[in-house]
Design a binder for this molecule. Structure first.
Ligand code: BES
Ligand code: MN
Ligand code: ZN
Length: 451
C-alpha cells in the first residue's frame, strides 16, 4: 500500500509504503530516499511559497499526522534529502496540543527515527521546539489563570537553572519610575501590571533588544470590544511577550553566541471605575505625553514605555518589537504572513530573510512620513489613534506611533496580529497560539544582523 503524505496545502510531500506484516501492533513505514527510489517525492515548487526549509518542516509535520491518523507509534525514516533539523522540528511542532484543561486529553505521540540523524541535530531541533512550545503554552493560557504576576512566575519557573537573568518591576516600581503607559493601561484591572526582562549573554556584545506586547487580556477597556468582535480570543494578546521571552529561552538552550534582552510589559486591559478613560492624557516613560482617544489602542501605549526603556537601559544594537497590534494587519496580510515595519532597511531585510528561511514570512509595510501628522494632538504631544471612525492604514499608523518613541537605534516592528493564534491545525502549526516569530527571531540571533 502506498500512501501520500500531503501538506496543509494539499501538496504531495511524500509517499510512504507500509511494508510491515499486517496485524502487528507496531508497523514499520519505509520511505524511499529521493535519489534512489521513487516512493518518496517532494514537491519542489513549494520552496517558492514557504522558503528554504519549507519542504522539510512540512514533511515532518505531514509525517507525524500521517502516523497518528493511521495509529502508528514508531517509524524509521531514510532521511537523505531532508533538512533533518526541520523535519524533526516539523513533527514536534505539529504534535503540540494544549491539553492542560481537557480532563480526557490523550496525546497521540509518535516516535520518528531518522536513520542518518546525529545527536547534535536532534538536540538543536528539540531546543527550538521547546522554545516555540513554551511560547504557545503562555499564549494559550486563559487570562483567568495568567495574570501579569502569574506570567512572571511561570517564566521564572521555566528558566530555573538556565543562564538567563530575569528582572521584574512591579506596579510600585513602574509608578515610581514613570511608566505612564503601562500604569495607565493596567489601572482598570484588579491584576496589577509588571515589566519582565530576560537577559541572555552569549557574546558579550551590545544586545539585540526584543520588546513583546504582553496584554494578558484585551477587553478594549472603556472602549469595550463588542461580543462579536473576537473578544474571547483576546487572552492571546500577550503572544508578543510570550514570543520574545521564549526567544531568550531558545537562545539559552541552543547556547547561541548572541546577546539578547527580552522586555515584556505585562498588563490586563479592563474597564472599571479606575480605568483609563477616552480623552485622558498620560505621560509615557520617554517623557512624551499621549492623548488616549481610544483605550482599545492600548498595545502601543505599553510598547511606547518599553521601547524607551529598552533604549535607555540597554543601549541595544537593534530593537525589535513583536505585537498583536492591529486588526488592520489581519485584513491586509491574513494570518500566515507577519507585517514588518522599521527605520532601518538592513534590519528589515535581515528579518525578512530570517523569516523566509524559517517559513515565518514577513511582508514589509511602509512608514511614510506624510502620515505622521495624522497623530498630531491638540492637547498632548501625540494621540494614540487618529480619531473614531478613521479606519485607514491602521497597521501603518500604529507603526508610526511606535516610531515616535524610537531614537537612532535601528528598529523594526513586527505586527503578528492573526498570526499569533490559529483557528485550526495546519502543517506544523497547531491550533491555538502559534509561537509565530520565535523561530525567525532565533534564526536572526543565530545568523546575526546586517546593520
Ligand atoms: N489586540 C488588538 C489587535 C488585534 C485584533 C489582535 C485582532 C489580534 C486580532 C489591539 O489592541 C486593538 O484592539 N487594536 C485596535 C486598534 C484601534 C482601536 C485603532 C484595532 O485593531 O481595532
Ligand atoms: Mn486593543
Ligand atoms: Zn491589544
Amino acid at each position: 500500500m502506498v500512501v501520500d503524505i500531503v501538506n496543509e496545502l494539499g501538496g504531495l510531500v511524500a509517499q510512504a509504503e507500509d511494508i510491515s506484516p499486517s496485524g502487528g501492533s507496531q508497523r514499520e513505514i519505509s520511505l524511499g530516499a529521493m535519489s534512489n527510489e521513487t516512493k518518496f517525492s517532494m514537491k519542489v515548487e513549494e520552496r517558492k511559497i514557504i522558503g528554504r526549509h519549507g519542504n522539510s518542516l512540512s514533511f515532518g509535520a505531514g509525517l507525524s499526522k500521517f502516523l497518528a491518523y493511521n495509529g502508528l507509534k514508531e517509524v524509521w525514516v531514510n532521511s537523505d534529502g531532508l533538512e533533518l533539523r526541520d523535519a524533526i522540528l516539523g513533527s514536534t511542532l505539529a504534535q503540540y496540543r494544549f491539553g492542560k484543561y481537557r480532563t480526557n486529553s490523550q496525546p497521540d505521540e509518535v516516535s520518528i527515527h531518522y536513520l542518518s540523524g546525529s545527536e547534535g541535530v536532534l538536540k538543536k531541533a528539540r531546543a527550538i521546539a521547546e522554545a516555540v512550545n513554551f511560547a504557545r503554552d503562555l499564549g494559550n493560557e486563559p487570562a483567568g489563570s495568567l495574570s501579569p504576576a502569574m506570567f512572571v512566575k511561570a517564566v521564572k519557573q521555566k528558566f530555573k537553572g538556565l543562564p538567563v537573568e530575569i528582572g521584574v518591576l512591579d506596579e510600585k516600581d513602574l509608578e515610581e519610575q514613570g511608566f505612564g503607559g503601562i500604569i495607565g493601561v493596567g489601572k482598570g484591572s484588579v491584576n496589577p501590571p509588571r515589566l519582565l526582562t530576560a537577559r541572555y549573554t552569549g557574546s558579550g556584545e551590545r544586545p539585540i533588544a526584543l520588546v513583546g506586547k504582553g496584554v494578558v487580556f484585551d477587553s478594549g477597556g472603556i472602549n469595550l470590544k463588542p461580543s462579536d468582535g473576537g473578544i474571547e480570543r483576546m487572552y492571546s494578546d500577550k503572544c508578543g511577550a510570550a514570543d520574545v521571552i521564549s526567544v531568550t529561552l531558545g537562545a539559552a538552550l541552543l547556547a547561541l553566541r548572541a546577546d539578547l534582552i527580552a522586555i515584556a510589559p505585562l498588563v490586563e486591559n479592563m474597564p472599571s471605575g479606575g480605568a483609563l478613560k477616552p480623552g485622558d492624557i498620560i505621560k509615557t516613560y520617554s517623557g512624551k505625553t499621549v492623548e488616549v482617544l481610544n483605550t482599545d489602542a492600548e498595545g502601543r501605549l505599553i510598547l511606547a514605555d518599553a521601547l524607551a526603556y529598552a533604549q535607555q537601559e540597554f543601549n541595544p544594537v537593534a530593537l525589535i518589537d513583536v505585537a498583536t497590534l492591529t486588526g488592520t494587519k489581519v485584513q491586509a496580510l491574513g494570518s500566515r504572513i507577519g507585517a514588518v515595519m522599521g527605520n532601518n532597511q538592513e534590519l528589515v531585510n535581515s528579518i525578512v530573510g530570517a523569516g523566509d528561511r524559517t517559513c515565518e514570512p514577513y511582508w514589509q509595510l511602509p512608514l511614510p512620513a506624510f502620515y505622521q501628522d495624522l497623530l498630531k494632538s491638540e492637547r498632548a504631544d501625540i494621540r494614540n489613534v487618529v480619531g473614531s471612525g478613521f479606519r485607514e492604514a491602521g497597521a501603518i499608523i500604529a507603526g508610526l506611533f511606535l516610531n515616535e518613541f524610537v531614537k537612532e537605534t535601528p528598529w523594526a516592528h513586527l505586527d503578528i496580529a492573526g498570526s499569533a493564534l490559529a483557528n485550526s491545525d495546519s502543517g506544523w502549526t497547531a491550533r491555538g497560539a502559534t509561537g509565530f516569530s520565535v523561530r525567525s527571531l532565533l534564526e536572526l540571533a543565530e545568523t546575526g544582523l546586517e546593520v
